[in-house]
Design a protein. Structure first.
Length: 145
């Protein structure tokens, strides 16, 4: 009788362990599928997110082009690009950027009326995760002689 009890307990333990193993495999497979599904999004990858113009004279207008690549798996759409003030004007591509394709955001800075160290943020809103990307320009503005 004790052999039957031990055999039953052993059999129950083996079946129970096998069931947990199957559940773990199912959970791991689900996690991988979910992870792969969530990676189906665009990714905006900039060469550089900051640019220093150095020193310029009050009244000069300077520009810089920020270059990026869509390293994601779906089309990248930039809905807006805005600067922290009217002296900085960003120009961005309005058409979708396909995976693997490159794009540019041109930023123009007008130093008229500015002085000393100036830092401006450019906020990019796109269908990425996170939605917001911040670019930054820096410049030291000297008074006209």
């Amino acid at each position: 009788m004790t052999k039957i009890i031990y055999t039953t307990i052993l059999l129950f333990a083996l079946v129970s362990c096998d069931q947990k193993s199957r559940e773990t495999k199912n959970l791991n497979t689900s996690a991988i599928e979910t992870d792969q599904t969530s990676n189906k999004e665009p990714i905006i990858s900039f060469d550089k997110k900051t640019w220093d113009f150095g020193t310029i004279t009050d009244g000069e207008v300077v520009e810089h082009t920020f270059r990026f690549t869509n390293t994601g798996t779906t089309d990248l759409v930039i809905s807006s690009a805005s600067a922290s003030c009217g002296c900085t004007i960003p120009n961005w591509p309005k058409e979708p950027i396909a995976p693997g394709e490159k794009g540019e955001i041109k930023v123009e800075f007008n130093s008229n009326g500015k002085k000393d160290m100036v830092t401006k943020d450019i906020t990019i809103l796109a269908n990425t995760n996170p939605v917001k990307t911040i670019l930054q320009i820096k410049v030291f503005v000297e008074k006209k002689s």
